[in-house]
Design a protein around this ligand. Structure first.
Ligand code: NAD
Ligand code: UDP
Ligand code: UDP
Length: 345
C-alpha cells in the first residue's frame, strides 16, 4: 500500500495470504461490486457465511434486491445503490469487481454505458484499491478470446476479437479492464487478481436475459419451443455457479495474479444442451431453429490446467447435476412460488 500506516494495519490483519499456519485469519471488510447480480449474490452468501463484512455496490441495472434480501438486517452487510462509473470513498481490505452486465441482450442495449462501466468503473475501483491498499479481483471473461482460433483456450492465447462489432463493447471493454488492472499492478504495485469466467448458470440468473441456459430452461417450463440459434452445432462449456464462486475465492486468497480460466471443461453443442434440458424438464419440448446472432463464437472450452495446478481448483458439478438445481429456482420464480429468495448455490 502507498500509505505506510495502512500497510501496518493490513499486515497486522494478515491480509494477502500471509497467515501463518494454525492462526485464524481476522475477518475482513470486502466490497463486491455487482453484488446484487447472479454471480455476485452467491459470492456474498459465501463471504458472509465465512464471517466477513460485505459492502455491495450495485446500480441494479441487471441485479435485484431480492437476490440479497436474506442479508438485510445483518450488521455485517451493507447494500449501497451506486454506479461504479462515479468515484466512491470506502475503507476495505478486498475488492471483488463484478459490476458489468453479462448478457448480450443487456449489454447491446447500451454499449456506451457498458464502455463506461468497464473502463471508468474499473479505473475507479483500482483507484480505490490504490488509496486503501486493498487487493483487487477483476471478473473478466472467456470473451476476451473472441471467436477463438485455438481450442481449448489457454490463458496465454491472445484471442481473435473483432474490435468494431456489436459484441466489441463487452469483449474489448473487458480486455481494457484487464490491461488497466495489469498496469496498476506493474506500475503501482497494487495487488490484483484476474479471472476469465466461462459461461456460468445457476439459481438467480435473470429469467429473460436471452442467454442460452436461462432461455431453454424458461422455455421448457413455459411449454414453449427451445430456440436454437444457427445450426445448433456451436459449442459452449457450462459451469455451475457454486464452482465459480469457489474458484473466485481461491484466486483472491491465493498468491497468483492470473489470468486464470474459471470454467467447466465439459463441452456441449447447443443441440446437446437442448437434449439435456429436455431430459431434465420435458422430453416433449420442441426445438425451433432461429437465425444466429452476429459474431457468435463457434466454439468455447476452457483449458483449466493453470487453475488446477496453482489454485488447486476444478469444477465438481456436472451439467446434468447442476441443471435441476437451477430449474427448481426458475420454476418458483416463473410460477410465483413464495420461496423465491431461498435459492442457495
Ligand atoms: P449480472 O448481470 O447478473 O450481474 C452484474 C451486476 O452488476 C448486476 O447486479 C448489475 O446491476 C451490476 N452493475 C452493472 N453495471 C453496473 C455499474 N455501472 N455500477 C454498479 N453496478 C453495476 O451478471 P453476472 O452473470 O452475475 O456477472 C458478474 C460478472 O461476471 C460480470 O463482470 C460478468 O462480465 C462476469 N462474467 C459472467 C459470466 C456468466 O456466464 N455469468 C461469464 C463471464 C464473465
Ligand atoms: N477513486 C475512487 N475512490 C478512491 C480513490 C480513487 O473512486 O478511494 C477514483 C478516482 O476518482 C479516480 C480513479 O479512482 O478517478 C483512479 O484513481 P487514481 O488515484 O489512480 O488516479 P488519479 O485520481 O490520480 O487520476
Ligand atoms: N443461443 C441459442 N438459443 C438461445 C440463446 C442463445 O442457441 O435461445 C446460442 C447462442 O447463439 C450462442 C450460445 O447459445 O451460440 C451461447 O449464448 P449465450 O448468450 O448464452 O452466451 P455467450 O454467447 O455469451 O457465450
Amino acid at each position: 500500500p502507498a500509505n505506510p500506516a495502512r500497510r501496518v494495519l493490513l499486515e497486522t490483519r494478515n491480509v494477502g495470504g500471509k497467515v501463518p499456519l494454525g492462526v485464524k485469519k481476522k475477518n475482513m471488510r470486502i466490497v463486491v461490486t455487482g453484488g446484487a447480480g447472479f454471480v455476485g449474490s452467491h459470492l456474498v452468501d459465501r463471504l458472509i457465511a465465512r464471517g466477513d463484512s460485505v459492502i455491495v455496490l450495485d446500480n441494479f441495472f441487471t441485479g435485484r434486491k431480492e437476490n440479497l434480501v436474506h442479508h438485510f438486517g445483518n450488521p455485517k452487510f451493507e447494500l449501497i445503490r451506486h454506479d461504479v462509473v462515479e468515484p466512491i470513498l470506502l475503507e476495505v481490505d478486498q475488492i471483488y469487481h463484478l459490476a458489468c452486465p453479462a448478457s448480450p441482450v443487456h449489454y447491446k442495449f447500451n454499449p456506451l454505458g457498458l464502455h463506461k462501466t468497464n473502463v471508468v468503473g474499473t479505473l475507479n475501483m483500482l483507484g480505490l484499491a490504490k488509496r486503501v491498499g486493498a487487493r483487487f479481483l477483476l471478473t473478466s471473461t472467456s470473451e476476451v478470446y473472441g471467436d477463438p482460433l485455438q481450442h481449448p483456450q489457454v490463458e496465454s492465447y491472445w484471442g481473435n476479437v473483432n474490435p468494431i462489432g456489436v459484441r466489441s463493447c463487452y469483449d474489448e471493454g473487458k480486455r481494457t479492464a484487464e490491461t488497466l488492472t495489469m498496469d496498476y499492478h506493474r506500475g503501482l504495485g497494487i495487488e490484483v487478481r484476474i479471472a476469465r469466467i466461462f459461461n456460468t448458470y445457476g439459481p438467480r440468473m435473470c429469467i429473460d436475459d436471452g442467454r442460452v441456459v436461462s432461455n431453454f430452461v424458461a422455455q421448457a417450463l413455459r411449454k414453449e419451443p427451445l430456440t436454437v440459434y444457427g445450426d445448433g452445432k456451436q459449442t459452449r462449456s457450462f459451469q455451475y455457479v457454486s464452482d465459480l464462486v469457489e474458484g473466485l475465492m481461491r484466486l483472491m486468497e491465493g498468491n497468483h495474479v492470473g489470468p486464470f480460466n474459471l470454467g467447466n471443461p465439459g463441452e456441449f453443442t447447443m443441440l446437446e444442451l437442448a437434449q439435456v434440458v429436455q431430459d431434465t424438464i420435458d422430453p416433449n419440448a420442441k426445438i425451433e431453429f432461429r437465425p444466429n446472432t452476429e459474431d457468435d463464437p463457434h466454439k468455447r472450452k476452457p483449458d483449466i490446467s493453470k487453475a488446477k495446478e496453482l489454485l488447486g481448483w476444478e469444477p465438481t458439478v456436472s451439467l446434468r447435476k447442476g441443471l435441476p438445481l437451477m430449474v427448481n429456482d426458475f420454476r418458483q420464480r416463473i410460477f410465483g412460488d413464495s420461496k423465491v429468495n431461498d435459492a442457495g448455490s
